[in-house]
Ligand binder design. Structure first.
Ligand code: MIG
Length: 825
């Protein structure tokens, strides 16, 4: 039964791809020309001959917002669910004009507004070189020439911006796309869609992040088109003249970011749409899932296997079958009679439980004469006569309705269901508070699924077009709200967890998303296949998500759908052991693929990588904190670190963690060697310490037990002790593996905090900097006075200078948190 429903969901997907990408955007009505402008403190408002208005707002010297309203004035209302920061400090800027143009000048950008035709040109303020320029004026579909091809012709008119395509321009970002790293020559649609078993090229899939980066002759810029309607991005697919983006309604409203460094653009994007808060440290632990582990004794058996086999584990996920009849915020009384006792037993073994929560609330009017639910623990049932969540949602009018006033009744796992209108503040708050059902039972995190929102009646969204959301009083329809549904559900969840457990960092995982999701949730890449093709996609997808503001990413280890095999599982772990989210998960009718399922040789290799992950936690956590603070992701494409090296622009079968660790996984069967590109500089083979001069391809050994891995000369990698679970032991000793560069120097920082509470936001962390230089035949290492108020106590530091020689130079010291200099000989 479940299987059939699931397969039918797969087959429902075929009609999703009606596309506008072949569309001729030159046929649209162009805005302008400019007839005048008014200036205020933060920018200019242009008026046009066609009564249109265009507003350019200077938010920062490298960040300009463009907002256009066609044939009428800009509305006063200005609202977006994505934007985190609206008050920007005043910026120094000036404006000058001549007959042909009005020019805004900041310390970093010049925006030349050509009056007729109205073309926006962004230039570097120092070199005056063009970074990005309109290929035609901003346009809208005044005459409805595209209307027939729109997904929802009733909801709006196309709005489009079109940019000249650089001869050698590369494109990155756009969030979750089943495509390669460089998006040039491709085109994309954003319309959150449940797409099980997606393969490369499938589009759209689950998420909408309408933010991309351009890299033109080594110079980077970014564009965030903040419009939640179904949107389109064409990076030179339909024509080599232009890269264009547009949406089926709403405003032409975008933000232009200037680098020239990629990292600066990504960082500013995080300022605008929000920085990822730190999840609990255990979220970096190994996680295990299955659709579905039940009853409770099965969950405990999985944990026992992990412990008996000496495999580290932090989290087990409960998929939909833990609930009573798929009713969210309930537990099945037979399968999980005492969830609190279960989480306590698992907790003693260092294991946390995460429960799935879908948006579909079972449509279940109370039976006549049904007894009232238990006031204290209604989640424990019984639920067959009445279901408290449905009752409350109906009573308070929190569910979505159709335009004619009828309750909207989609079909999802519980059968007929209702969806919450998360645009209603009170409904969101209620939903967040319902999570008490989990926190009271000791559930540690929440997994949001099906939040596109998926509807078995019709996966394209056509069945939902007349569903109305409150939307700040606009009472707008699905066309505008679909793509933000998951964002708002994740926000309700995150804020609910914050209220319920203020001294704990919330941990939320989501499938669907809109820009800004990183403020509330981590993510995984949905229902992948257990195939080599799907595994190869892990790398460009994780790196692309990182460039798009979502640093905490991962994919079902071993693949979700179909039969895995031992080689694929091992190679999959050899990528995911360094991904922020490392979780093995499998579909209901799939084949078991826990690390031990294929026998000892494979289990032994997997153990080696999981143990290495735990030893690398200080390094991973330091890079994660950098992602939180700066927005620069930890799981990086090489081009993010080596922007001046064109050999990295299309490179997506390698990745880096932070600045220091380069990994070249194997994503094909029967391979025992592969070519690895090493950028300029010195590199050390992680396994052998063999040294390489970069700026070239090398051939690396990659038998099944080995993933080629290299450390940048100049890096210091902090390693902790082996652990069965995160924080099983204090971080003692910490080994600093030192990899000197060509001058004999190396440097790093290590970040630590309590890993659990939000106190790090108030300075309760420790950041220790170490720098090493050659000193005769040995080395001198200096530790700075640590920053922050976190006090880990005295512990041992082992300094180990890496070299090709068999014996390393090492030194052991006691760290008591003070600055010091030591010789390593
Ligand atoms: O219709 O909850 O992506 O991870 O196991 C399928 C059951 C619903 C899809 C998720 C998958 C999960 C499954 N869910």
């Amino acid at each position: 039964m479940h299987i059939r429903k699931f397969l039918s969901a797969i087959f429902c997907l075929l009609s999703l791809t009606a596309s506008l990408s072949g569309q001729d955007v030159t046929a649209l009505e162009k805005i302008g020309p400019v007839t005048g402008f008014v200036r205020n403190e933060s920018g200019l408002t242009l008026t046009c001959q066609d009564n249109s208005q265009v507003r350019l707002t200077i938010l920062a010297p490298d960040l300009i917002r463009v907002r256009a309203s066609f044939t009428k004035s800009l509305p006063d209302k200005d609202h977006s669910w994505a934007i985190a920061k609206t008050d920007w400090p005043a910026v120094r800027w000036s404006v000058r004009e001549d007959a042909a143009a009005i020019t805004i000048v900041t310390d970093e950008i010049e925006v030349v507004i050509h009056r007729s035709p109205l073309l926006l040109e962004f230039r570097d303020a120092r070199t005056h070189e063009t970074i990005n320029v309109d290929e035609q004026p901003m346009a809208y579909d005044a005459r409805g020439v595209m209307t027939e091809r729109l997904f929802d012709p009733k909801a709006g008119r196309m709005v489009v911006a079109s940019k000249k395509l650089g001869f050698d321009e590369h494109f990155y970002g756009l969030g979750e796309k089943a495509s390669r790293l460089d998006k040039r020559r491709d085109s994309f649609v954003n319309w959150n869609s449940d797409t099980p078993g997606y393969t490369e090229g499938k589009d759209p899939i689950y998420q909408t992040i309408p933010f991309y980066l351009g890299l033109n002759r080594g110079v980077a810029y970014g564009i965030f088109f903040d419009n939640s309607y179904r949107s389109y991005f064409d990076f030179g697919h339909s024509s080599q003249q232009r890269a264009w983006f547009g949406a089926e309604g709403g405003e032409l409203n975008y933000y232009f970011f200037y680098g020239p460094a990629l990292k600066k653009v990504v960082s500013r994007y995080a300022d605008l749409t929000g920085h990822m808060p730190l999840p609990p440290l255990w979220a970096l632990g190994n996680q295990q899932s299955r659709w579905s582990y039940y009853p409770d004794t099965m969950v405990e058996r999985v944990v026992r296997e992990y412990r008996e086999r000496d495999l580290p584990l932090d989290v087990v996920h409960l998929d939909i079958d833990y609930m009573s009849g798929y009713r969210v915020f309930t537990f099945d009384a037979k399968r999980f009679p005492d969830p609190r006792a279960l989480t306590e037993r698992l907790g003693r073994q260092g294991v946390k439980l995460v429960t799935i929560v879908d948006p579909g609330v079972k449509h279940q009017p109370a039976a006549a004469g049904a007894p009232p639910p238990s006031p204290s623990r209604p989640e424990l049932g019984p639920h067959d006569q009445r279901y408290y969540v449905y009752d409350q949602g109906i009573e308070k009018n929190y569910f979505q309705h159709r335009q004619n006033g009828e309750l909207f009744v989609p079909k999802v796992w519980p059968g007929e269901s209702a969806f919450v209108d998360f645009t209603k503040p009170a409904a969101s708050r209620w939903w967040g508070d319902l999570h008490r059902a989990y926190t009271d039972s000791g559930i540690a995190g929440i997994w949001n699924d099906m939040n596109e929102p998926s509807d078995f009646v019709d996966q394209t969204g056509k069945n939902q077009l007349d569903v109305v959301s409150f939307d700040e009083g606009e009472n707008s329809t699905h066309a505008k709200n679909r793509n933000v549904f998951a964002l708002l559900m994740a926000r309700a969840t995150y804020e609910g967890l914050q209220r319920l457990r203020p001294d704990r960092r919330p941990y939320v995982i989501t499938r669907a998303a809109y820009a800004g999701i990183q403020r509330y949730s981590t993510m995984w890449t949905g229902d992948t296949n257990s195939t080599w093709e799907a595994l190869a996609l892990n790398i460009p997808m994780f790196t692309t998500l990182g460039l798009s503001g979502e640093p905490f990413v991962g994919s079902d280890v071993g693949g979700f759908i179909g039969r895995g095999n031992p080689e694929l599982l091992v190679r999959s772990y050899q990528i995911s052991f360094l991904a922020p989210f490392c979780r093995n998960h499998k579909v209901i009718d799939g084949y078991d693929q826990e690390p031990w399922r294929f026998g000892k040789p494979y289990e032994d290799i997997i153990r080696r990588y999981l143990k290495l992950r735990y030893r690398l936690l200080p390094f991973l956590y330091t890079t994660l904190e950098e992602a939180h603070r700066t927005g620069v992701p930890l799981f990086r494409p090489l081009m993010l670190n080596y922007q001046d090296d064109p050999a990295t622009y299309n490179l997506d079968d390698e990745f880096m963690i932070g600045n220091d660790l380069l990994v070249a996984p194997v994503v094909k069967p029967d391979v025992t060697q592969r070519l690895v590109y090493l950028p300029k500089g010195v590199w050390y083979d992680y396994w052998t310490n063999r040294k390489y001069e970069g700026g070239r391809l090398i051939r690396a050994d990659a038998p099944l037990e080995t993933v080629p891995m290299f450390v940048r000369g100049g890096a210091v990698i902090p390693l902790g002790p082996e652990m069965n679970y995160v924080q099983e032991k204090p971080l003692d000793p910490i080994t600093f593996a030192i990899y000197p560069d060509e001058k004999g120097s190396a440097a790093a920082t290590i970040y630590e905090d309590d890993g659990l509470t939000p106190d790090y936001k108030q300075g309760a962390f420790r950041r220790t900097a170490i720098s090493v230089r050659q000193n005769g035949a040995g080395y001198t290492a200096s530790f700075s006075t640590p920053e922050g108020s976190h006090r880990p106590g005295a512990r041992t530091f082992i300094l180990a200078v890496q070299s090709e020689r068999a014996s390393l130079q090492t030194k052991t010291i006691t760290d008591n948190g003070s600055a010091r200099t030591v010789d390593v000989k």
